[in-house]
Ligand binder design. Structure first.
Ligand SMILES: N[C@@H](CCC(=O)N[C@@H](CS)C(=O)NCC(=O)O)C(=O)O
Length: 241
C-alpha cells in the first residue's frame, strides 16, 4: 500500500509536509481532508489521526500525526539529504530550537491574522474589534522581528548556510497572512531576500503550487456558502476573539 498523506493545503503544516515530500521525490498518495467542510471530525479520519488534525500520515499499518514527526519519519525512511536535518550536533540543535519555538512563537499568529482579516469579517459576517486586530498585528510583527533579528541574523537561512527543515516550516507559516491580503514582506528586506532564497531552492513551480489555495483564498471564499462554516464559528470565536 502506498504511503498516504492526509492534507489540506490551506493549512501551514500541511504545506510543509507536502513540499518536503515532493521536493524529496517521496512517493505518496494525497488524501484530501477538507477542514472547511469539517472532514477532520469524521470517524474514518479518526482512525488515522488520534488528534483529528492534519497533516497525518499512514504508512502501512503505522499512523502518525504532527508535521514535524512526519517529516522526520520521512527524512529517516527515505534517507533525504543531510542539510534538511543535519547530523551535526549543534546545527541540529539550532534547527530543533526553531522547530520547537514556531508552534507557539509564530504559527498561531499567522493563522489568527487569516481568520481575523478574512474569514471572520468577510466570510462569516463576524465583526472583529479594532483592538483585537491591532493586538494580533503587533504579535505577528514581534514574531517576524524575532525571526529576522535572532533566528536569521546575517545568515542566508535559519539553519545556517543551507536550507533546512526550519526554513521550510518558517516559510509556510509566514506566507499564511498573505492569504488574507496582508503583505508581511512589505518593508522587510531581510525577510524578503530569505523568502526568495527559499523559493528558489524549493523551485517556483512547487512553491506556487503549494501556496495556490491560500493565496487564492480571498477570491475562492467569495464562492463559499457561509452556512457551511457555521460549525466552525463557536470554536474560531473562542480561539481568536
Ligand atoms: N502542531 C500540529 C498542528 C496541527 C493542526 O493544528 N492542524 C490544523 C490545521 S493547521 C487542523 O487540523 N485543525 C483542525 C481542527 O482543529 O479541527 C502540526 O504541526 O502538525
Amino acid at each position: 500500500m502506498a504511503l498516504e498523506l492526509y492534507l489540506d493545503l490551506f493549512s501551514q503544516p500541511c504545506r510543509s509536509v507536502y513540499m518536503f515530500a515532493k521536493k524529496n521525490q517521496i512517493p505518496f498518495e494525497f488524501q484530501k481532508i477538507s477542514l472547511m467542510e469539517g472532514e477532520q471530525h469524521g470517524d474514518q479520519f479518526g482512525k488515522i489521526s488520534k488528534i483529528k488534525k492534519v497533516p497525518a500520515m499512514r504508512d502501512g499499518d503505522f499512523c502518525l500525526g504532527e508535521s514535524i514527526p512526519i517529516m522526520l519519519y520521512l527524512a529517516e525512511k527515505f534517507q533525504t539529504p543531510d542539510f534538511w536535518y543535519p547530523a551535526d550536533l549543534q546545527r541540529r540543535a539550532q534547527i530543533n530550537e526553531y522547530l520547537s519555538w514556531q508552534h507557539t512563537g509564530i504559527r498561531m499568529y499567522g493563522s489568527k491574522m487569516f481568520w481575523l482579516r478574512l474569514m471572520l469579517p468577510k466570510v462569516m459576517g463576524v465583526e472583529v474589534p479594532k483592538e483585537k486586530m491591532d493586538g494580533a498585528l503587533e504579535d505577528l510583527n514581534n514574531a517576524l522581528n524575532l525571526i529576522e533579528e535572532k533566528f536569521l541574523q546575517d545568515q542566508p537561512f535559519i539553519g545556517g548556510d543551507h536550507m533546512s527543515l526550519a526554513d521550510l516550516v518558517a516559510i509556510v507559516e509566514i506566507m499564511q497572512p498573505l492569504g488574507a491580503g496582508l503583505d508581511v514582506f512589505d518593508g522587510r528586506t531581510k525577510l524578503s531576500a530569505w523568502r526568495d532564497r527559499v523559493q528558489a531552492f524549493m523551485g517556483k513551480e512547487l512553491f506556487d503550487e503549494a501556496h495556490q489555495l491560500i493565496l487564492g483564498a480571498q477570491e475562492s471564499m467569495k464562492q463559499l456558502d457561509p452556512s457551511k462554516l457555521e460549525h466552525l464559528k463557536p470554536r474560531v470565536i473562542r480561539l481568536f476573539l
